[in-house]
Design a protein around this ligand. Structure first.
Ligand code: BES
Ligand code: ZN
Length: 858
């Protein structure tokens, strides 16, 4: 039975667990449809909780075979059993510590939700975060209950893995011991016909660690990059954070059916195969970059998440925000810091600002939820990481290093809170962070508006902050906003190097004196705070900053702002792109002193969704088709303006020799791709067609195919590509996504409908579903086709997927989160689609919550 009205959980209701666990022993007798799980759990009353409480264990979709307390079987009437819990009254429990044992039966083959123990391509695997362990056995499934685990797996599968260090193994069984106390969400088990790519790493204190990446036979040649990224991550965490690995083995398993990207289970990370497997022929530069970042992210969780975990799921940003911050630092160190920063801000704006400015806005630390899986959001992750970046900026690098040492020292082995985290910074640096704490509790993107004046050699910046109302939070208080500022002389010299202004009041002014001329300000350098900056400025000033700013982020931002201004005027006034913009971009394109990756980013036009958001913020109702057309026109105008230099640029960025995924080579390919996209507008795709034929790597092959499709060609190449890659799931995902995401606006729904009828549209596989249906949603003009056909198609598929996989359905429903931006007709169509989903009988709690919140009725 589904809950009739799902109950919300509140942070303010937190109470410590009644019983703690000293040790867990599990035996798995694996069978596809009838796996037996035997558990032996050593409980002890929690001295910090009220005494005499019943033992309440979470459990879902379990068949209880038998249970015992202190060696005596539970008789009928000695416990109560519901769909979600097994409860034993205090009267049936001994005083003091006791052992609870149970045997349950579960059906991994019927588990399509991919939470708990499930099967993927004949292999057993688990996903327990956030609340999947309760689908494996009865347990206090909450992160503040931590225990060492011993696991015995009985199965005739050749490879049997679990957390921790390997113990006894033999014919049909293997044992694993994880000495580090951990919450149940970090439990993992894998059993299958797998092969490993192996390597080793010696920690700085000299302990050898055996590394293994486990994949399906045939894929072992595609693990080199992931292994290399893992070793670099291990080294980096030692060098930068002083954190060593703490087990004898570190295993990673790649699975094809996975709801998320990857999972940090202690000593046994489980990954969506898309973020492990790579070869030059099958993976793009973006894939390589993602693999590096995600391998690092999950590895870094070993300290920020596993050794120190979260007290409750409201504290999710404690591990996720921090670990994202750490993986961003890592990628910046491995590649280019400025380029990484620009990419992260692009992503933040595309995902988090979008979320924060709509019906799903919530604080980095929410105060209530219905389904916790719905709170693994851009806000918790990406804004959570930004908040840490601001903290670091405010206390300085040394302060940050001290605070982190104290954090690891003080909280190792704890299930901690955001209060603990902030206290560490206060204690290490002496800084009062009470106002800063609002970043965790107030939702919404602050708008900082800036005016300035210049008098008698003094330049003054007047800053105002305002955070719009968000669901459940009508009024906001001023936050601490670090605004990094530099000043440039009219001749382009920097007269004031970067300094951080601390905006703490609703309105505040900051003066710079001793200047000989009115300077040009470069504000919010490095994107020093996740805010929307609002300042009246001119095209000339933007072009000036694009040419002269010493801060690479703001240099890029100036070009970005120029492009947005031009596009906005093209949409609203049907204006033609002016020479100021075209000339400014030409200088960037021709400036060989600039990093190619940076140039590629500077030349890339804002996405259609970004433009829709920008127009909406400026009070204009966005028309997705008009935005699409304007963007196409601007691309053509830019191509024509640059026509003389494009072929040269395209050739110059062609690096000879075999493909290498390193960031320098990838940067050249990115710029080459930008040039190719423009060239295609001039040569009707001839260069792209040739590149498609000649490509020896996926970056160039897929890049060429995408460009061909975007100029109305490529049908034949699509067929060639399919025949070449038919047997490679990850490549075929790209083939699907490319088509739904680049189909011409009017054809997008039909193209996608046809794709859903393709024999390879295996919709139960989350990657495939996301490629096709998510691809359509990314095709802004096609998704928002005025007929509403795309909305209906997406709704049909969400309704179909929901009973199989609620988690992925709920996540995908966020494609509708921006509906209030659009005109009344589109709003009515989207509302209709959402209401149809909401009215579906038996709709999951996950999707019910999301659709309700998007509609504004939950
Ligand atoms: N702990 C999460 C995985 C997870 C997410 C489990 C949601 C259960 C529900 C993991 O560390 C993670 O954050 N993965 C990200 C990728 C990462 C690089 C941001 C993911 O899976 O998207
Ligand atoms: Zn994570």
């Amino acid at each position: 039975m589904k809950d009739a009205s799902p109950q919300a959980v509140y942070l303010s209701d937190y109470t410590p667990p009644a019983y703690l666990v000293d040790k867990v022993s599990l035996v798995f007798r694996l069978d596809p449809a009838a796996t037996r799980v035997l558990s032996r759990i050593e409980f002890r009353p929690n001295p910090d909780a009220a005494s005499g409480q019943p033992l309440k264990l979470d459990g879902e979709k379990l068949k209880l075979i038998g249970a015992a307390v202190a060696g005596e079987a539970l008789q009928d009437g000695e416990h109560s059993l519901t769909d979600t819990a097994l409860t034993i009254p205090a009267s049936r429990l001994p005083d003091g510590p006791f052992v609870f044992e149970a045997e349950v039966e579960i059906d991994p083959s019927a588990n399509t939700a991919l939470e708990g123990l499930y099967m993927s391509n004949g292999m057993y695997c688990t996903q327990c975060e956030a609340e999947g362990f309760r689908r494996i056995t009865y347990y206090p499934d909450r992160p503040d209950v931590m225990a060492p685990f011993h696991v015995r797996i009985e199965s005739d599968m050749p490879v049997l893995l679990s957390n921790g260090n390997p113990g006894d193994s033999g014919d049909g069984f293997a044992e694993w011991t994880d000495p580090w106390p951990k919450p149940a969400y970090l439990f993992a088990l894998v059993a299958g016909d797998l092969v490993a790519a192996k390597d080793s790493f010696t920690t700085r204190s000299g302990t050898p660690v055996e590394l293994g990446i486990w994949v399906r036979p045939g894929d072992e040649g595609k693990c080199d990059y992931a292994l290399d990224a893992l070793k670099r991550s291990m080294k980096w965490d030692e060098d930068v954070y002083g954190r060593e690995y703490d087990l004898d083995v570190f295993n990673i398993v790649a699975v094809d059916d996975f709801n998320m990207g990857a999972m940090e289970n202690k000593g046994l990370n489980i990954f969506n195969s898309k973020y492990v497997l790579a070869s030059p022929a099958t993976a793009t530069d973006t894939d390589y970059e993602n693999i590096e970042g995600i391998i690092a992210h999950e590895y870094f969780h070993n300290w920020t998440g596993n050794r120190i975990t979260c007290r409750d799921w409201f504290q999710l940003c404690l591990k996720e925000g921090l670990t994202v911050f750490r993986d961003q630092q890592f990628s910046g160190d491995m590649r280019s810091k400025p380029v990484k920063r620009i990419q992260d801000v692009l992503q933040l704006r595309a995902r988090q600002f979008r979320e924060d400015n709509g019906p799903l806005a919530h604080p980095v630390r929410p105060s209530s939820y219905i389904e916790i899986n719905n709170f693994y959001t851009a806000t918790v992750y990406e804004k959570g990481a930004e908040v840490i970046g601001m903290l670091k900026r405010l206390v300085g690098d040394d302060g940050y290093a001290k605070a982190l040492d104290l954090y690891f020292d003080r909280h190792d082995g704890d299930a901690a809170t955001i209060e603990d985290w902030l206290a560490v910074f206060q204690d290490a640096t002496g800084r009062d962070l009470s106002q800063f704490g609002r970043w965790y509790t107030q939702a919404g993107t602050p708008r900082v508006s800036v005016t300035d004046d210049f008098k008698d050699g003094t330049y003054t910046l007047h800053l105002k902050q305002e955070t719009p109302a968000t669901p459940g939070q009508p009024a906001k208080q001023p936050q601490v906003i670090p605004v990094a500022v530099g000043l440039l002389n009219p001749n382009g010299d920097e007269v004031q190097p970067t300094t951080v202004l601390e905006l703490t009041e609703a309105e505040q002014s900051f003066a710079f004196d001793g200047l000989s001329a009115k300077p040009v300000p470069s504000i919010l350098r490095g994107f020093s705070a996740p805010v929307i900056l609002d300042r009246k400025t001119t095209t000339e000033e933007r072009a000036f900053l694009l040419a002269h700013d010493t801060d690479p982020f703001n240099k890029w931002e100036a070009g970005r702002a120029l492009a947005k201004d031009v596009l906005a005027r093209m949409v609203t006034e049907r204006a033609a792109p002016g020479p100021a913009y075209l000339n400014a971009l030409e200088r960037v394109a021709r400036d060989d002193t600039l990093d190619p990756a940076f140039r590629a980013l500077a030349l890339r036009l804002p996405s259609e969704d970004d433009m829709a958001q920008t127009l909406f913020d400026a009070g204009v109702t966005p028309d997705p088709l008009a935005i699409h057309d304007a963007r196409e026109k601007l691309m053509l105008a830019l191509a024509e303006h640059l026509s003389a230099s494009l072929p040269r640029l395209y050739e110059a960025m062609n690096i000879p020799g075999p493909y290498s995924p390193d960031s320098k080579a990838a940067g050249c390919r990115a710029l080459r791709q930008t040039a190719l996209a423009m060239l295609a507008r001039l040569d009707d795709g001839k260069t792209a067609a040739k590149q498609f034929r000649d490509a020896d790597n996926m970056t160039e092959q897929l890049g060429a195919l995408g460009v061909l499709l975007s100029v109305g060609h490529g049908q034949e190449e699509l067929g060639t590509f399919y025949r070449q890659w038919q047997s490679d799931r990850l490549v075929i995902d790209k083939w699907f996504a490319l088509q739904s995401s680049t189909a011409a606006p009017r054809k997008a729904a039909d193209t996608t409908l046809a794709l859903t009828r393709h024999p390879d549209f295996d919709w139960k596989n989350p990657n495939r579903f996301r490629s096709v249906i998510g691809g359509l949603a990314m095709n802004a003009a096609g998704f928002h086709d005025p007929s509403g056909a795309s909305y209906e198609l997406v709704a049909d598929w969400l309704i179909r997927l929901d009973p199989m996989n609620p988690q992925t359905t709920a996540r995908m429903s966020t494609v509708f989160e921006t509906w209030r931006r659009y005109d009344a007709d589109r709003q009515a169509l989207i509302r209709g689609a959402l209401e149809r989903i909401a009215a579906t009988p038996g709709l999951s709690r996950d999707t019910t919550e999301m659709v309700g919140r998007i509609l504004g009725s939950a």
